[in-house]
Design a protein around this ligand. Structure first.
Ligand code: ZN
Length: 337
């Protein structure tokens, strides 16, 4: 309803001169205006491509992973979202030798894109999701639609939402790095490589929001599916945790479920995805996760099983949280250390 009202206002204003027009568009644009560019339909279109059989399960170092990396790079180029350092250089290459525990080590790359902050460009928020998966076995393709196609395409839509704000003169005050990491499944390699070879100094890295599996409903939540598991938000920073809760209260009807945030939870998810490499460097993190399900790490993790409306809500929550971290006056710090 809000979006409709905004378009009506823009149409009403269209009789005025161009400058006034832009002013009124800005005045009426809220974070929700940009969040509303994240749609279930676009997430679905991306994911059917990204988790297609032609990607062959996107195993680190294979042709399928290279094709997936190209998909991401082409998206950012089309959206005119820049590479962080050098024009059109969206890859952070990682040599084969780095993947020490891989059975057949091959070179790979993280894929990176960047939106420069308008007021505090040196302060960086890192959004991360791993884009490769476990490949093929006995001729069967492990599509990894949820793991982590869901996080990957959500990041594309989040990047597009921020870029829409940039084009409307409302870009984020702090900078945002979109970090698509490689080698997660074989040992969190891409995120470790990034934190050992950071493009921007870690001391200027304000927070990391990591998304790994946000397209499904875990069996234990079937009765109450309007949720997202949050892990780690209060471990290093009360400021981040409070911000996250405030944003969810204001912009989302999702239940934030902290079951797996318990120190004594035997699953130890806090240590099991890419955010951990940031957390161990004392950078506050939040890990967004739907829990495991019957198709986890199986060839049946396919895009037809994704809950796109729910994924849209989760992606919007992450967008709003990143928006607030990027724009609030005070910088998030590891205030619990
Ligand atoms: Zn994963």
């Amino acid at each position: 309803m809000k979006a409709l009202l905004i378009s009506a206002l823009i149409i009403l204003a269209s009789g005025c001169n161009a400058v006034k027009n832009q002013d009124s568009a800005q005045k009426e644009s809220t974070p929700e205006t940009y969040a509303n560019t994240i749609t279930a339909e676009e997430l679905k279109t991306h994911l059917y491509q990204f988790a297609d059989d032609k990607m062959e399960g996107r195993m680190t170092g294979t042709d399928g992973q290279k094709m997936a990396a190209e998909y991401l790079r082409n998206f950012y180029m089309d959206e005119e979202i820049q590479a962080p350092v050098e024009k059109n250089n969206y890859y952070q290459p990682i040599p084969a030798e780095y993947f020490t525990r891989a059975q057949n080590p091959l070179p790979s790359e993280n894929v990176v894109a960047f939106i420069k902050g308008s007021e505090k460009p040196d302060e960086i928020i890192v959004l991360s999701a791993h884009y490769d998966h476990v490949g093929m076995e006995n001729g069967e393709i492990y599509n990894g639609a949820d793991d982590d196609g869901s996080g990957t395409v959500s990041m594309l839509e989040i990047a597009q939402a921020f870029q829409t704000a940039v084009k409307n003169g409302q870009g984020p005050k702090r900078s945002i790095l979109f970090l698509h990491v490689t080698g997660e499944e074989i040992g969190l390699y891409g995120s470790r490589y990034y934190t050992e070879n950071p493009i921007f100094p870690l001391e200027n890295t304000v927070a990391n929001l990591n998304t790994d599996m946000i397209g499904r409903i875990a069996p234990e939540k079937k009765e109450n599916p309007n949720y997202i598991y949050l892990i780690g938000s209060d471990k290093l920073s009360q400021g981040l945790h409070d911000l996250s809760e405030r944003v969810a209260e204001q912009y989302s009807d999702l239940e934030l479920d902290y079951t797996f945030n318990d120190e004594n939870d035997p699953n130890r998810f806090y240590y099991r995805s890419d955010h951990y490499n940031f957390a161990k460097n004392n950078i506050p993190i939040i890990f967004y996760f739907n829990g495991v399900h019957e198709d986890y790490h199986k060839p049946t993790d396919t895009p037809d099983k994704i809950e796109y409306e729910l994924m849209e809500k989760r992606a919007k929550l992450i967008f709003h949280t990143a928006w607030e971290i990027a724009n609030q006056e005070e910088r998030i710090t590891a205030d619990k250390l």
